[in-house]
Design a protein around this ligand. Structure first.
Ligand SMILES: NC(=O)c1ccc[n+]([C@@H]2O[C@H](COP(=O)([O-])OP(=O)(O)OC[C@H]3O[C@@H](n4cnc5c(N)ncnc54)[C@H](OP(=O)(O)O)[C@@H]3O)[C@@H](O)[C@H]2O)c1
Length: 322
């Protein structure tokens, strides 16, 4: 297969840097450029991409640049990948139009979340759906990749404080009984999966889900307790507690739409309801929705398992991401 020219939006972010790392490892398959907004052009992270990794930086404002500039940037690109932050979904819409005009061969919009149906379950999922619909209306070739929940935000903290170094906050909640399994992918593996998926004709115009494990909260708690030799005091959170959290967050956002804490609480409550009450983020439900399963497509690829991740966590080797 000829080398693919990839343009990556979000190369300095969590998901984007995982993708960049994997694509740069496979130099015989990919030539990668990073799309950067003008306000970030001088950031040290961007300079590092250019100077240390030799990545070509393409500077353009996707929100305000004239359409012909966006078409120019996408000209000659085989695969466009977006890993924009959660709040930025709508700003991909103009890129779809530009990709159509430029003849991009595969548009990978910003999905990268848990499997969840569109239509009112998760606002975040619905904001991504608007982009997918634009792709379908424009008849642009695409692949939509969801990854479950990251290992890095899926572990409870321990009474000893041993894993606090890698956690944003103390976390001991078990939701709605904790028995529903969830697909999990190590953030470091997202890029490895992407490198396989975008070379594969079978994934064109399809949804694909990635995961290393599908584990319930009860299984995760039991695993870390056994490995650490500590008992976690569980805080039970019911389905109605999750809905109450969503209502409180909604009220906070209505009072002040810029309230970042309320927004985060809202997103988390919706994630929790979808994952732990509805049970959306499972391999079986993904299949029902029509997803291809990356574990079945690439049986030779062994992603980092959740148990191995916990081993690294307990050895103090995990990088804190928030
Ligand atoms: N599955 C999970 O567990 C999970 C967890 C978290 C997030 N996610 C999903 O993953 C997606 C990516 O999230 P993330 O946390 O990886 O993102 P992130 O770390 O916040 O990074 C976002 C990237 O997008 C770039 N960006 C934002 N606006 C841009 C613009 N207008 N033009 C060019 N670049 C722009 C940022 O660059 P600068 O700011 O430097 O310009 C940065 O590189 C999100 O949409 C979210 O839904 C999933």
């Amino acid at each position: 297969m000829a080398k693919q020219k990839v343009l990556l939006l979000g190369a300095t972010g969590h998901t984007g840097s995982s993708i960049l790392k994997a694509l740069l490892k496979d130099k015989s398959s990919f030539e990668v450029e990073a799309l950067v907004r003008p306000s970030s052009a001088e950031k040290p992270e961007v300079k590092k991409l250019q100077d240390d990794l030799g990545v070509k930086i393409v500077i353009v404002d996707i929100v305000s640049a004239p359409m012909e500039d966006l078409v120019k940037v996408l000209g000659g690109i085989d695969v466009f990948i977006s890993a924009i932050d959660a709040m930025g979904q709508a700003s991909q819409l103009r890129l779809v139009t530009a990709a159509k005009e430029a003849g991009v061969k595969r548009f990978v919009p910003c999905a990268w979340i848990t499997v969840c149906p569109p239509g009112g379950v998760m606002k975040l999922r619905d904001s991504k759906q608007e982009v997918y619909q634009e792709i379908w209306k424009s008849h642009v070739p695409y692949t939509i990749i969801d990854v479950g929940y990251w290992h890095q935000i899926s572990f409870p903290t321990l009474p000893s404080g041993k894993v606090d170094y890698a956690s944003f906050w103390p976390k001991t909640e078990i939701h709605a009984g904790g028995d529903i399994p969830n697909m999990l992918t190590d953030l470091r593996d997202i890029g490895n999966f992407v490198a396989l998926i975008i070379k594969d004709e079978r994934t064109l115009n399809r949804f694909v889900c990635t995961y290393s494990d599908a584990l319930s909260e009860n299984e995760i708690f039991a695993m870390i307790e056994e490995m650490a030799g500590e008992k976690v005091a569980r805080k039970e959170v019911s389905a109605s507690d999750i809905l109450a959290m969503r209502t409180t967050a909604s009220t906070g956002i209505a009072a002040d739409p810029t309230n970042a804490q309320a927004q985060m609480m809202f997103y988390l409550a919706e994630y929790d309801y979808s994952k732990y009450v509805r049970g959306d983020n499972t391999p079986e439900y993904a299949k029902y929705l029509g997803y291809l399963d990356a574990r079945e497509l690439y049986p030779e690829f062994k992603p980092i398992g959740f148990r191995d991740f916990l081993g690294e966590l307990l050895e103090g080797k995990v990088e804190r991401i928030y």
